[in-house]
Write a protein that binds this ligand. Structure first.
Ligand code: GLC
Ligand code: CA
Length: 591
């Protein structure tokens, strides 16, 4: 009896200590709760284009595994893998047929497990792509859904009767456009109804209003988390809640449909349920592709008191100058770009977290879009852009090949492209006679997603060392003879080696993670100068966004102190207000 009482007392004492330990508020850094994913540098892999291991011309999982040492040496510590699931590839894997199977072209589940083990062995983590706004039309749910109006899976998708035009012909249920041209509705004769697809005809949208759909999604998320992945990049996640009643978009809304599509009435409810039932049970990270979400709306998805997502991708910077996000790129100015980062710093507070990226598999190459990819300035401008991405406020996301300064591809004709977005746009615009072919190709070649999808350039050998075969699925950029990882590894002043130094500096400098951000000269047309400040520690970054040299005087008699990194070799210039900047020079100072 005594012993029992003693045990009970002991237990109470222990649990009080445990509760007290749990109740301890986390040690904040500059007001932020520290998290591994805030300190991470993420590297995106587009598996089809990374490394082919068996000579069939298609990148694969064993290929990625063979390059893990390269990634470890680069210094990145989280890998985001674009979809690796079974798919008929209407949209290169963003149309999933089976969420629990690896795409046969990429390898087997055993290959995936080997990759994951190799990543963990190197103290890195893996996040995967969660594509659950839609599935492939070949997914068994959709095959069942379209088979009859009474099939139990009918309500897994969004079916509506059509409308009838005055002349008796059939019209879709409303005027929603697809991101890949044409209507977002396709008529299915079998059951005489239309199904919704915001993207390709082969990507029917799931009906998240159906609780069974949500349960299925949560279950597949657990499947991968239980395997040991560390979270998800969530494809077009704000689109999962459809607008109430789905009325026609007004002419104003039609200018930027994403804003309407991304603001459905049940988004919060679905994400909070996902967090409660799945995410909160793991030490994971989530980043939502928040197409259509404004910077002011961002906290409503990422504020940690809401228990939804950790961070999102906002597209204001990467799509600057592209009318509503999807159009060809017009002109943009550096003050406009700087204003975007200031707006982020103002709108996102201590409970929110941000991302920094300027490229991915849906956008042109970093150096071609934001730098100067001519022979004279490719290297310094690529380095400047990496400097910016790795020192701005938010978790940086690097896209494969940008650490080499890979460039856009010289596309000329339709057959040079693979992307369904381009092929559909060609049909809708050129084949229909609305846009002359030369106008279409001039705009498309600059912004096409395939620019980012040409194979990684590993060495000077045939096909850039991407494949031992002779038919890569998409042509290798002809500049691979001189622009490749092997050549850059051997050159201390290459983009690759500079990026390694930058990542190492960030990894040891908390000011770049948790520090406050201040733009020192918002109106300067070509200089981006900003500080990152964490308590007594301050860093100053100065970047000359121009192909011309410049003598630049820091505002308010500020002095640049000790130079710690420079994208040009040569003597440092410190303890001065007047900086002699080379074209595309980027410098980091410790103040
Ligand atoms: C996202 C993906 C893009 C894909 C689309 C449809 O935007 O990044 O590649 O085409 O969603 O899944
Ligand atoms: Ca292969």
């Amino acid at each position: 009896m005594r012993q029992k009482l003693f045990d009970t007392l002991l237990l109470i004492a222990f649990s009080t200590v445990a509760v007290a330990a749990l109740a301890q508020p986390p040690q904040l850094i500059n007001g932020y709760e520290p998290k591994w994913w805030k300190e991470a540098v993420v590297y995106q892999i587009y598996p089809r284009s990374f490394k082919d291991s068996n000579g069939d011309g298609i990148g694969d999982i064993p290929g990625i595994t063979s390059k893990l040492d390269y990634l470890q040496k680069l210094g990145v510590n989280v890998i985001w893998l674009s979809p690796h699931f079974d798919s008929p590839n209407a949209d290169n894997g963003y149309d999933i047929r089976d969420y629990r199977k690896v795409m046969a072209e990429f390898g087997s589940m055993a290959d995936f497990d080997t990759l994951l083990a190799g990543i963990k062995q190197r103290h890195m983590r893996l996040i995967i792509d969660l594509v659950v706004n839609h599935t492939s039309d070949e997914h068994q749910w959709f095959v069942a859904s379209r088979s009859s109006r009474t099939n139990p899976y009918r309500d897994f998708y969004i079916w509506r009767p059509g409308r009838t035009a005055p002349d008796g012909s059939k019209l879709p249920p409303n005027n929603y456009p697809s991101y890949f041209s044409g209507s977002a509705w396709t008529y299915d004769a079998k059951t005489d109804e239309y199904y919704l697809h915001y993207f390709a005809v082969k990507q029917p949208d799931l009906n998240w209003a159906n609780p069974k759909v949500r349960e299925e999604v949560f279950s597949l998320m657990r499947f991968w988390l239980d395997k040991g992945v560390s979270g998800f990049r969530m494809d077009v996640i704000p689109l999962i809640s459809k607008p109430a009643g789905m009325p026609d978009l007004t002419p104003e809304q039609l200018k930027n449909p994403s804003n309407t599509f991304a603001n459905g009435p049940h988004l919060t409810e679905y994400l909070q349920q996902m967090n409660r039932e799945v995410l909160s049970h793991y030490d994971d990270m989530t980043v939502g592709e928040a197409i259509g979400t404004t910077v002011a709306q961002t906290p409503s998805l990422v504020d940690d008191r809401r228990h939804e997502l950790n961070m999102i991708f906002n597209f204001d910077a990467v799509r600057i100058g592209r009318q509503g996000g999807e159009g060809p790129r017009g002109s943009w100015t550096l003050p406009e770009l700087k204003a975007i980062y200031t707006a982020h710093a103002q709108e996102l507070g201590k409970h929110d977290w941000d991302t920094v990226f300027l490229s991915n598999h849906d956008n042109p190459r970093l150096v071609s879009a934001f730098g100067d990819d001519s022979a004279a300035f490719r290297v310094p401008s690529a380095k400047l852009l990496e400097t910016m991405i790795l020192t701005l406020r938010g978790t940086p996301f690097l896209y494969q090949g940008d650490e080499l300064g890979m460039t856009n591809y010289p596309f000329h004709q339709l057959s040079d492209y693979d992307d369904i977005a381009v092929k559909n746009a060609y049909q809708a615009q050129v084949a229909s006679g609305k846009v002359p072919a030369d106008v279409f190709f001039a705009a498309t070649s600059k912004i096409a997603r395939d620019n980012a999808r040409t194979p990684m350039q590993w060495d000077a050998g045939p096909e850039g060392g991407f494949t031992s075969g002779t038919h890569p699925w998409l042509a290798v950029n002809p500049n691979s003879k001189s622009l490749n990882a092997a050549a850059e590894a051997a050159d201390p002043d290459s983009v690759l080696n500079y990026t390694r130094r930058l990542i190492a500096l960030r990894a040891t400098t908390k000011a770049f993670v948790y520090g406050d951000y201040q733009d020192l000269d918002p109106q300067h047309p070509t200089v981006f100068a900003y500080t990152r400040t964490l308590g007594p520690e301050q860093y100053l970054v100065v970047e000359n966004f121009s192909s011309k040299p410049l003598v630049y005087t820091l505002p308010n008699n500020r002095k640049a102190a000790q130079q710690v990194l420079d994208d040009y070799p040569g003597p440092a210039e410190g303890n001065t207000s007047t900086l002699h900047l080379q074209p595309w020079e980027a410098r980091i100072y410790k103040q």
